[in-house]
Design a protein around this ligand. Structure first.
Ligand code: ZN
Length: 146
């Protein structure tokens, strides 16, 4: 399940290129209007210009890394993403609205993410407990950063 969530987060990269054999010119998004006007004919070689979508090679590398991580549930991922955006330790109440869960549920999930998966650090010296993400936890958030 975690893997599918990560796949959904992959940004699609559009490549606009000429299929002319000796040309292969790459166009930018700004050229689309002009290309529409000329029926997607390359101004250099009159070859056919196509729009391809592909996954950026950097993202693929990140994905390979991510696939070696243990799978997590959607609620867990939402909490990790929220903790990843915080600069310091936060209490459950601070992120409750963003992740659409109550403090008790967040506390329960964070306990599991700490004790069973090592993805969250809990400061249990304070009341209420405070939470932060671990380096391992950050690996689940790579696709949201770019
Ligand atoms: Zn061309």
């Amino acid at each position: 399940m975690g893997r599918n969530l990560i796949l959904e987060q992959i940004k699609e990269v559009k490549v606009i290129r000429c299929t002319g054999e000796s040309c292969g010119r790459i166009f930018s998004e700004d050229d689309l209007e002009g290309l529409n006007f000329t029926g997607f004919k390359c101004p250099d070689c009159h070859g056919k210009v196509i729009v391809e979508s592909k996954v950026d090679s950097e993202i693929v590398k990140d994905l390979e890394k991510a696939e070696r991580l243990p799978l997590i549930e959607k609620a867990e991922l939402n909490i990790l993403i929220e903790l990843n955006s915080q600069k310091t330790y936060v209490v459950a109440k601070d992120i409750a609205e963003e992740v659409d869960m109550n403090s008790r549920r967040i506390a329960k999930i964070c306990k599991k993410l700490d004790q069973e998966k090592g993805l969250v650090i809990r400061d249990t010296q304070v009341n209420p407990y405070k939470y932060a993400i671990t380096e391992q936890g950050r690996k689940y958030c790579v696709f949201r950063e770019s």
